[in-house]
Design a protein around this ligand. Structure first.
Ligand SMILES: O=C(O)c1ccccc1NCC(=O)[C@H](O)[C@H](O)COP(=O)(O)O
Length: 204
């Protein structure tokens, strides 16, 4: 099966369009103000304006309020919500949208238990754990911690054109997620790096 790709932390319309034209299945928009990749609802409307059909827009939050999420969903065409904090399954499932739950992997993370607890999630996104940094760390984690679960796995954390083929070979995820590995600077995507990443995924 083809490995899907989500390119996260998009802040500019030209990067969203380039990702879509390059074959990305989803783009991620970060609604977490402390992130260097954070965008406002108004910016998100611009970024997604004219996005090609069949490319999903993922809205990412870290421990948001219900009002924060609702305000975004009312204004932006969002297909999937990604919760990247300590949100409970009940919190995540209240918005009537498919959601992805991010799990920051530690040696004692029990994926089977989490997969059951977040039974309403469409997929689990497995990311690196770094104290005090909820995501977009640019670092990999020990992929041998991953156990196969019923749910689709989205592999994230420190991926780039240099390691994504090996990651796919080892983990066989449903999808891979990349942010820092396709940037020229934080929040600005490098089109050359996106092309190289997509090539490696296609050839993996
Ligand atoms: O990207 C961020 O700045 C960010 C901040 C806070 C929470 C999540 C964030 N990103 C979430 C993602 O889905 C990233 O793509 C994922 O963490 C992988 O990032 P990277 O290691 O840079 O590829």
């Amino acid at each position: 099966m083809r490995t899907r790709v989500k390119i996260c932390g998009i802040t500019r319309q030209q990067d969203a369009d380039f990702a879509a034209d390059s074959g990305a299945d989803a783009i991620g928009l970060v609604f977490y103000p402390p992130s260097p990749r954070a965008i406002s609802v108004a910016q998100a409307q611009n970024v997604t304006r004219g996005l090609a059909p069949f490319v999903s827009t993922v809205a990412l939050f870290v421990n948001p309020s219900v009002a924060d999420v609702s305000r975004c969903l009312d204004a932006v065409s969002v297909d999937i919500i990604q919760f990247h904090g300590d949100e409970s399954p009940e919190f995540c499932s209240q918005f009537g949208k498919p959601y992805i739950k991010a799990i920051r992997m530690k040696p004692d993370t029990n994926l089977a238990q989490l997969s059951e607890a977040y039974g309403s999630a469409q997929a689990l996104l497995l990311d690196a754990y770094q104290p005090g940094v909820p995501g977009g760390t640019g670092t990999t984690f020990d992929w041998s911690l991953i156990r196969q679960i019923e749910k689709p796995i989205i592999l994230a954390g420190g991926l780039s054109a240099d390691n994504v083929a090996e990651a796919i070979k080892q983990v066989r995820p449903f999808a891979v997620d990349v942010s820092g590995g396709v940037e020229s600077e934080k929040g600005i995507k490098s089109h050359d790096k996106i092309s190289a990443f997509m090539r490696e995924v296609a050839n993996a």
